[in-house]
Design a protein around this ligand. Structure first.
Ligand code: GLC
Length: 718
């Protein structure tokens, strides 16, 4: 529809119809079923009001979408189609590894493929918009939602966020019916919830906000994201969903977003619980004036907005909000085709899509695991070894993760199933996932461990133990899993932990008992098969940690990008008292950001830097020769960090600026060239301006944020 026609449509709408467009409900207001991902409210709504709403979220099937859209359009006076939205976070029915695992690939291209193929499956079922990607900056593994994040580095998160938006949206949503509009969330600061407790207070400086929390949202907006979702949390004491400065000045002004702003689930009515609104009318007024276009799952707008608009003479603001929603529907081509994407594919095409997804999921889930430890190359498994597979995750199909939504768990490939497809002398002792490992089970495990050469201990979390509303004060392995590992390690020296989890865990108590640890996260539909391929050495681990694993929960929040402080601890003073340190634990993580081993031995050799000083109009080239010193092929990610030695605000002791994935055959070597410009030196100053300034920078390059084998000094001259 042309813009002039949209304007004409807007002019024909009554105020009740306009308000209705700003309301989003679950399918069960129309028919039974659908996904509930937040607290349900009880409210009255007339049939007329119901058939004026703008959007439905959380449909499960194409039949639901078809039926609701038909029912709705029959009764809609102006035949404005509903837009259907859902949480397609890492797949729809076919599930990829969780986003934190996908971040371990350090590959925007991989997440773009995930988003593209997820869209093919979701649009077939009538989904038009996905509430993804999550751009939240995270540093606290107590917060269960780190599972959905891209990890602790804003530069990596920004690159991955771009990849998701590209993959979901493609080039033209009105033509490409197998693409979805993306909704980047949760704007903003949600990951800084105090104590890692979900929905808790957030209070961060604006320098920190602009430096670390906004970049991924800016990246999504630069990539053309269609929607932004406001978060539950406060910012400067005001919930973002009612915070005019955050939405109007920061999001629309500084970041230049012009699309639809949707609240999170019931976040408008929850302004009352935040005690910034006395009732639903004040909540509606606050959110609407702040700039929230669509009220997800509350009746604040439905009940009070028409009255507010008339009282406050906000007809123009209302028209702008409604026009943004009509524009979104038009961008999706819904006026021409309200059944967009539904059953577009023939049964044969859909079969091909599912096949393509299965192959893609297997291939990508071979790249997300991170080999944290591998003493004496105990992995991969050796020909003819007697192998025991033990633990609550051995046969578990609960490997899709908390936001797998309608993922087909009954079809998920367990580790036991994956290993049984191999030519292995395998004994299995599976325990009930999610239950305490019993004394008797530990005794059985000890006996089986004595009878085998190597023991794979499949342990970790259930999907309920991470994700939304899954905050923990203790992030060690629970339900006697530590005791299981400890007991088995006493009778068998070759203990390999295969870890299924949605967040960094405190592994301090078990790391000494194990020869190897393979972090597999929630690996998705093909998980057991991809892990088996890795354990057998048919595939070489290549993942790198996108988030630090602490030594103790007391270290949280924790990030490799820490500031120096006035009393930094370093090798030369760690016996002194009056420095920034713990008395009962080291400062550094157990496993650092960017860490991840391979079955290969890689070496990075310095091949020089084009110059040791440069000006704004120049770029600097840094060359690294990467060698694979092994007899097998493999992949890794070479990382370049900078340290801004002196700046106007305290800067991190290191920041990831460049990285490159590289795959080398046996004994192969290849040159990598990193290009740096003054853009890579820019940072947020105290006045919130962003610029680079003259001075000395230390560059370091290596295979993790801690293992940095190459150093250069670089002077930026203005
Ligand atoms: C939830 C989540 C949000 C999700 C939304 C819709 O509460 O906070 O991430 O997209 O509701 O399900």
């Amino acid at each position: 529809m042309e813009k002039t026609d949209l304007k004409k449509l807007l002019s024909e709408m009554t105020i009740a119809e306009k308000v209705g467009q700003l309301v989003q409900l679950t399918p069960d207001f129309f028919l039974a079923g659908g996904e509930i991902t937040g607290p349900m409210q009880e409210w009255k709504m007339s049939k007329e009001q119901l058939f004026q709403i703008g959007s439905v979220l959380g449909t499960h099937t194409s039949e639901q979408v078809m039926k609701i859209q038909e029912m709705y359009l029959e009764k809609s006076r102006l035949k404005i189609p509903l837009v259907f939205m859902a949480d397609v976070i890492h797949g729809y029915e076919s599930i990829y590894p969780i986003p934190l695992a996908l971040a371990a690939t350090f590959s925007p291209e991989i997440v773009e493929e995930v988003a593209r193929l997820s869209s093919k499956e979701a649009t077939e079922a009538g989904v038009h918009v996905t509430f993804s990607p999550m751009g939240d900056h995270v540093m606290d593994a107590r917060w269960g939602r780190v599972l959905e994040s891209n990890g602790e580095d804003p530069t990596l998160s920004s690159a991955l966020t771009r990849g998701y938006v590209r993959g979901y949206q493609g080039n033209d949503l009105s033509i490409e019916k197998n693409r979805m509009a993306a909704c980047v969330k949760h704007f903003v600061g949600y990951g800084a919830a105090q104590g890692g407790r979900d929905y808790n207070t957030v209070d961060i400086s604006h320098v920190n906000l602009y430096q670390n929390y906004l970049p991924a949202f800016q990246a999504a907006i630069d990539e053309g994201v269609e929607l932004v979702m406001t978060s539950f949390n406060t910012m400067d004491g005001i919930p973002v969903t009612g915070n005019k400065q955050m939405i109007q000045k920061v999001l629309r002004g500084d970041l230049g977003f012009e699309g639809v702003v949707i609240s999170d689930w019931a976040a408008v009515v929850e302004l009352i619980a935040h005690r910034v609104a006395a009732d639903k009318k004040e909540a509606a007024e606050l959110a609407f004036s702040a700039g929230v276009d669509m009220d997800m799952m509350s009746d604040s707008y439905q009940t009070h907005l028409a009255e507010i608009v008339l009282e406050k003479e906000q007809q123009e603001i209302l028209d702008e909000a409604v026009f943004r929603i009509l524009t979104l529907k038009n961008t999706l081509g819904l006026f021409e085709d309200p059944y967009r994407g539904l059953k577009e594919q023939t049964p044969e095409q859909l079969k091909q899509t599912k096949k393509e997804l299965k192959q893609s999921i297997l291939s990508i889930s071979e790249k997300t695991p991170v080999l944290l430890k591998n003493e004496d190359n105990v992995l991969p498994l050796k020909e003819g070894q007697k192998v025991a597979l033990i633990g609550p995750k051995a046969r578990s199909q609960d490997i899709l993760g908390a936001w797998s939504w309608i993922g087909e768990q009954e079809k998920a490939i367990s580790l036991a199933k994956g290993l049984k497809e191999k030519d292995l002398d395998l004994s299995i002792l599976a325990m009930e996932d999610g239950q305490n490992v019993t004394e008797n089970e530990i005794e059985q495990a000890i006996q089986l461990a004595k009878e085998n050469e190597i023991v794979l201990l499949a342990v970790g979390e259930t999907s309920e133990e991470s994700g939304e509303a899954a905050s923990l004060v203790n992030i060690r392995l629970s339900r006697n899993q530590e005791q299981l590992i400890h007991a088995v390690s006493k009778v068998n020296a070759n203990v390999v932990v295969v870890l299924f989890n949605g967040r960094p865990l405190d592994l301090s108590n078990i790391v000494v008992d194990t020869r190897a640890i393979l972090e597999v996260w929630f690996p998705g539909s093909e998980g057991g098969r991809s892990i088996a391929n890795l354990l057998m050495g048919e595939v070489n681990p290549e993942g790198k940690l996108p988030m630090s694993f602490p030594r103790a929960v007391g270290q949280l929040p924790l990030s490799y990008m820490s500031l120096s402080t006035g009393r930094p601890m370093h090798d030369g003073n760690n016996d002194q008292k009056y420095i920034s340190r713990y008395m009962d634990e080291a400062n550094d993580p157990l496993f650092s950001f960017g860490h991840g081993l391979s079955y290969c031995q890689f070496e990075c050799l310095d091949n020089g830097i084009s110059q040791h000083s440069f000006t704004e109009d120049q770029t600097v080239e840094v060359q690294v020769l990467v060698k694979n010193k092994s007899q097998i092929a493999g992949g890794t990610t070479v990382q370049l960090y900078i340290e801004d030695v002196v700046a106007q605000v305290a800067r991190p002791v290191k920041e990831l600026k460049k990285w490159e994935k590289i795959y080398l055959n046996a004994k192969e070597e290849r040159m990598i060239t990193f290009e740096l410009s003054s853009d890579d030196l820019k940072y947020i100053h105290h006045d919130l301006s962003m610029s680079a300034e003259k001075g000395l920078f230390n560059l370091s390059i290596g295979l993790s944020s801690q293992e940095r084998s190459i150093h250069h000094e670089l002077l930026y001259v203005v």
